[in-house]
Design a protein around this ligand. Structure first.
Ligand code: DGY
Length: 326
């Protein structure tokens, strides 16, 4: 019998990284690439010390009580709203996520989405592919400028700061931001970034980008009242987590012309998307792929593996989310 710790891999990942896991652990691989419903996850976790997880497995009190041998849950995502950290700590289960390795890639994508919304890029492509391009007109698919405008960043963590750098240093934007805590002056200064209250951020931003983590307190942080504060010429780009924005209220604002355009990578109840959003042409929709470059997805997976190796050999992980006995 193998003396290596038993680990469950929740979803399909890159074959060479599976091989890396298999070198260190007695590995159970996924049968297919579907999210595991919790009863099935519990069944497959029986006797396992570790779980290689993504953002879709629900790790809560029920699962922890049913899986007493579990010691380590290592997420390949930075977001961890699928994990009850307090319950994990109470059960002595260590949890890690994958910050930093996805920051620049996610910021690139946020900027791309913002540019696409402002400059109507997907709308223009659909127009062309549909054979509607007849002749040049002076205002054909004319959108908003991004350079030299005011960038509003809601959530100034690592990804928010990387987006602010792109805006300030690459596009000559004035950066305003709202965050629970202000950045240190030495981080603000090179970007000329100014902390403002949330309502002021919404009123002043030409392009708002939302990158804060989901918590119950952030549920529908941006709803009808907040959207009504924004300029009708503004765009909203959302990379955070479904539920931070009230998608129905956003669709209403976009349909009524109270907001010019939106770029959305995350949705309430995803992979379902509110049909009212699907019906609009002034919104760019992508399926939660902000961190999905091949090198970055590989780095996220490898960091989760590094954390599993550390935890299951009694060492400190690289990127812990909680403290506790290992
Ligand atoms: C993350 O890492 O949290 C991204 O949203 C990918 O799921």
């Amino acid at each position: 019998m193998s003396s290596r710790p038993k680990v469950l891999l929740a979803r399909r990942i890159f074959p060479d990284i599976v091989a890396r896991l298999a070198e260190h652990f007695e590995l159970e691989e996924p049968l297919d690439d579907q999210p595991l419903p919790q009863p099935e996850l519990i069944r497959r976790l029986a006797g396992k010390a570790g779980l290689f997880a993504t953002g879709t497995e629900l790790i809560d009190q029920t699962l922890l009580a049913a899986c007493p041998e579990l010691r380590a849950v290592c997420l390949m995502t930075v977001g961890h709203n699928n994990v009850d950290l307090a319950a994990c700590s109470a059960h002595g289960v260590r949890v890690t996520n994958a910050p930093d390795v996805l920051t620049e890639t996610t910021a690139d994508f946020g900027f791309a989405l913002m540019l696409a919304a402002a400059r109507r890029i997907t709308e223009a492509e659909h127009y062309l592919r549909a054979g509607r391009w007849g002749q040049w007109t002076v205002d054909l698919l004319a959108g908003a400028d991004v350079h030299g405008t005011t960038l509003g960043v809601l959530g100034m963590g690592r990804i928010g700061q990387a987006i602010a750098r792109r805006g300030a240093l690459g596009f000559g934007m004035q950066v305003i931001y709202h965050n629970r805590s202000r950045l240190d002056a030495e981080l603000e200064a090179p970007l000329g970034a100014q902390w403002v209250a949330q309502d002021e951020l919404l009123r002043r931003a030409d392009h708002l980008i939302i990158v804060l983590p989901y918590t119950p307190a952030a549920h529908h942080l941006i709803g009808a009242r907040e959207l009504a504060l924004m300029k009708p010429s503004a765009t909203l780009t959302h990379l955070a987590r479904g539920g931070v924005v009230d998608d129905a209220a956003l669709a209403e604002a976009l349909a009524a012309g109270r907001l010019a355009a939106a770029g959305l990578d995350v949705f309430e109840g995803e992979p379902a998307v509110n049909p009212a959003l699907l019906a609009l042409s002034n919104v760019v929709l992508t399926p939660h792929i902000a961190s999905a470059s091949v090198p970055t997805r590989r780095a996220m997976c490898n960091l989760a593996v590094d954390n599993l190796i550390a935890l299951l050999s009694g060492a400190e992980p690289l990127t812990p989310l909680n403290l506790g006995k290992t």
